[in-house]
Design a protein around this ligand. Structure first.
Ligand SMILES: [Zn+2]
Length: 242
């Protein structure tokens, strides 16, 4: 895997150009955020050990296959590591793909594999895990989480944004890398979540797909404007049909 350091605390591990997971340094070891596609467990553990620390916890931004693909193999190899995901997306790991009555009744998109690993911690908005604060950012998936490092405001945003093929809010179709858009459940919620993340004034935007971006405010604002236009167009189209 390709390793890119943003700081002494944040390392991006990349597989096949555009598939990222992250190591966040804590006093007791690394927190791994997301597990990449299947077959990456050994490579992820090797990179952590080269950086000199064991992986002590695994956080998941959401339950899509390219983020939980190596979860079971990592859990087998690291049975003592805590495994945390939002309470909402945890249901997908167990094979429950139902929507709550309170949620928009829109078809789920993207692959949600069943995992044998049971999370040891179910997360909600505002929960602290080491230096990281969990941020409910639904839209890409119903229970999507982003994580803000409270030490330096580094934002690990999962698929709430992408930078591969252009900086975009999840759900915006980017011709050069359309995967996140094709897997996005609800664009309107994704847009609300994107605004919430922008308001946090992150120092770096670290996403599931694409390179890390320092001082990301202007690019995030532009991406939110583009999404706004596409949402307005969709509403117009729908009212025309009606
Ligand atoms: Zn995803």
């Amino acid at each position: 895997m390709k390793v890119t350091a943003f700081s002494n605390n944040l390392f991006q591990l990349t597989r096949l150009v555009a598939f990222n997971c992250y190591l966040v340094r804590e006093d007791d070891g690394f927190t791994l955020i997301d597990t990449n596609m299947g077959g990456q467990a050994q490579a992820i553990m090797q990179e952590a050990s080269k950086l000199g620390l064991p992986i002590v916890r695994i956080l998941l931004t959401h339950a899509h296959i390219d983020h939980v693909g190596s979860l079971d193999a990592l859990h087998d190899a690291l049975p003592d590591a805590q495994v945390a995901i939002s309470e909402r997306d945890a249901r997908f790991l167990s094979g429950d793909k139902s929507l709550d009555p309170s949620e928009p009744q829109v078809r789920l998109r993207g692959g949600y594999p069943v995992c044998k690993t049971k999370p040891t911690l179910l997360l909600h908005e505002g929960d602290r895990i080491g230096s990281l604060e969990a941020l409910a950012t639904p839209g890409h998936t119903p229970g999507h989480l982003a994580f803000l490092d409270t030490r330096d405001r580094a934002l690990i945003a999962g698929d709430a944004f992408q930078t591969q093929g252009g900086v975009a809010v999840s759900g915006t179709f980017e011709l050069l890398f359309p995967l996140p858009a094709l897997a996005t459940w609800h664009k309107g919620l994704a847009q609300e979540s994107a605004r919430k993340l922008l308001a946090l004034q992150p120092s770096v935007l670290a996403v599931g797909h694409g390179r890390m971006l320092s001082h990301p405010q202007a690019a995030m604002e532009r991406a939110i404007r583009v999404m706004e236009q596409s949402l307005v167009k969709e509403v117009r189209k729908q009212s025309h049909v009606a």
